[in-house]
Design a protein around this ligand. Sequence first.
Ligand code: CAO
Length: 425
Amino acid sequence: MTAREVVIPDIGDAENVEVIELCVGPGDSVEVDGALIVIESDKASMEVPSPFAGTVAEIRVELGDVVDSGHVVAVLEVTREASGERTREEAVPQPSAPAEAAPSQPTPSVAPQPPPPPVQLDGAADGAGVYAGPAVRRLARELGVALSDVRGSGPRGRILKDDVKGFVKSAMAGGATPASAALPAIPAIDFSKFGPVEEVPLTRIRNRGARNLHRNWLNVVHVTQHDEADVTDLDGFRRSLGDQAKARGVKLTLLPFIVKACAENLGAFPRFCASLNPAVDGLILKHYRHIGFAVDTDDGLIVPVLRDVDSKGVWALAAEIAELSELARNGRLAPDHLSGGCFTVSSLGRQGGTGFTPIVNAPEVAILGVGRLDTKPRWNGAAFEPRAMLPLSLSYDHRALNGVEGGNFVVALTRLLGDIRRLVL
Ligand code: CAO
């Protein structure tokens, strides 16, 4: 085999163009006219095609290099030439590498045959208006992908092979979206360049959860309203029930009280117990109070639903929360346990934190995040006194609810939790 240099062909009056993509690397096979690199001038991007078929021995440019006509791009071990009939004996050595960079056994190279012209990428025949090179177009054709549906992650939105592959992967996972709706792709990075890594698969639940969260994040117009409820009396009351809880075999945490207060509050604010209709021009008000609560399991986050919370007492809710959490952690929840929620409570109280922004569990329109209770000094009009303060974070869909409604809901909820006697009024 003969080693031959490939140079950048005549690119007209475009000078000092930038190398923006390396399409091949050492050891790769290339066909005649296969793309070697992509260069970009002020006006256009062009692929530099290979005039030979063979194997890439060396790439002589790097991303970001500024190059011109005649610059050596690569050295190929040639098996076949574009114009077909020339033999390796006809090759004319052309020492174009700088002396100090030359290998001890100089590579016999040849004056390049008039190299094929660069292939302009912008506005090519199929998928006109799509910014992609022939190799990418060929790959898209082979995979049956319409390039107009693919979001390019290259410079100025150019579609790369990885974008096409990513689109196919996403389509197979059920998540592909047309470019008009898709976000710019996050570049795939080989992190092992920076240090040791390992890839672990997401569990089925985490995987499904990730898709749902992404869907909700993209569809819902999120606003999060933060507040603190003074739960000094409520927490004292809860603790005072410790012996009764033990006798009943129930763990009485703040959560059943919070869920109960939410059900009460949903009665006063029915637009929070609702879903937008599919056309997003109407609100479906639900006259039932089924409330989901987030459970952290080894396999991922699960949200079982407590039914008719408004008609249940705190003991019953505490027992049901324990039972559903246990079923969730053992992977034994039935579909009925997971459907029909109107509103969700996500408590990170045990874990800690003063506030977070929970993602609305669409098609619900609101979710309450609960942080860790903390004793804080509070001004009572005459002096500071220690009070047990519970951080609350209400995220809601701004398409369904406005800020005043969000604020009013949280304030009313803090009042209910501040004086739970109100729950029986
Ligand atoms: N502040 C301080 N302490 C709190 C608290 C709070 N807000 N909430 C709970 N605690 C305490 C409890 O009182 C309990 O203390 P003791 O063991 O001393 O009695 C302890 O933390 C453990 O509570 P728990 O987590 O077992 O019970 P719970 O009723 O509060 O919550 C459940 C049950 C299933 C919701 C919870 O275990 C869980 O899985 N939480 C994670 C939810 C989650 O991942 N949310 C994030 C989703 S992203 O939106």
